[in-house]
Design a protein around this ligand. Sequence first.
Ligand SMILES: Cc1cc2nc3c(=O)[nH]c(=O)nc-3n(C[C@H](O)[C@H](O)[C@H](O)COP(=O)(O)OP(=O)(O)OC[C@H]3O[C@@H](n4cnc5c(N)ncnc54)[C@H](O)[C@@H]3O)c2cc1C
Length: 387
Amino acid sequence: MTVEASSRQALSALAEDERLFRDSLAEFANREVRPLVRRMDEQAQMDPALVDRLFALGAMAIEAPDALGGGSGTFFHAVLAVEELSRVGPSVGVLVDVQNTLVVNALLRWGRADQTAQHLPRLARDTIGAYALSEAGSGSDAFALATRAVEDGGDFVVTGRKLWITNAREAGLFIVFATIDPAAGYRGVTAFLIGRDTPGLTVGKKEDKLGIRASSTCEVVLDGCRVTRASVLGEVGKGYKVAIETLNEGRIGIGAQMVGLAQGALDHAVAHIKERRQFGKTIAEFQGVQFQVARIAAEIHGARLMVYEAARLRDSGQPFVTEAAMCKLVASEVAERAASLAVNLFGGYGFVRDYPVEKLYRDAKIGQIYEGTSNLQLQTIAKQLLG
Ligand SMILES: Cc1cc2nc3c(=O)[nH]c(=O)nc-3n(C[C@H](O)[C@H](O)[C@H](O)COP(=O)(O)OP(=O)(O)OC[C@H]3O[C@@H](n4cnc5c(N)ncnc54)[C@H](O)[C@@H]3O)c2cc1C
């Protein structure tokens, strides 16, 4: 066995192109994202120039083919991008995550050739995508959605209100889930590709959030929004498949966001405890503190391996749904613990906005809520265990 082949045995091993890609994202995050993070959080707004630079970097359609403007990368590359960006700015991480693991991913899997030719070059170049499934009355029970699509002269007329839609403020393209027949339950659900300028689509109230404040989360209102039959993504009445399959994959991305966040919190904590002196020593010299950071480092390592494993399974066409649920469940809990520990180790400085860790603590909470709450991940895991 060659040295290279044996080193690939490590679960965390990256191929050369993956390592270079990760390093370029890490460098970008430090140079371009870090200086903006605090201001974007305070203003609850993504910097538009930063979004332009994410497009220029090639971070917005990582898996799309080169011929359509994409990076011809893998899902694993997208996961690395989300992790590295989230280490510095989890809001930037989720912008890139939704774009790649939900919107581009859904188009690659379900889009007809004319749809991918129309939308992927724009998503790679300058158009942000959003994924509109949730509503006020349907979150965990997503297919109880009330948004209606009524067939009319070969078109569909879509009416309803979507809630909690990430990237909605900036998005130019929405994947909207609506039912063609509420009585049919999940079998009525249909996915539509709807451009922002389509009459009848408006982006409503932007939520004022605890964390990931620079990521926009808005209501999307569809009021008699007329779309052609050609805008159906996948088949009529099979939108539930589009949703289930993309969300199964998307939650690996959220796992990556949470691993990145946890690592970012640990990085800050380690730097601080090596500087801060109490009782005539740096606080890193106290064994009680060493054990706390050692434990969280071990937990982050475990969560990262779980995320990588799920992404590798997905890329190699093997079953990954349970592993995806497990990695999101664990990574989001580890992120909350890591950010909480970082706040503790900063002491009073951890509680004020002049230092970065209170923000990571606020940002961590969302990992247990979106793309399926922790209880829903447990439900998926239990179903696999218990049949
Ligand atoms: C910042 C943010 C961004 C979001 N982005 C998007 C987006 O881009 N697109 C989109 O479509 N949606 C998005 N969402 C919506 C998100 O996916 C939902 O909030 C989430 O799925 C939970 O739904 P809910 O809020 O209705 O909570 P509920 O479903 O009402 O759940 C409330 C509580 O009940 C528990 N619960 C519910 N059912 C069960 C059960 N069967 N067994 C045990 N416990 C249960 C849940 O675990 C949770 O603790 C976003 C939400 C937020 C906050």
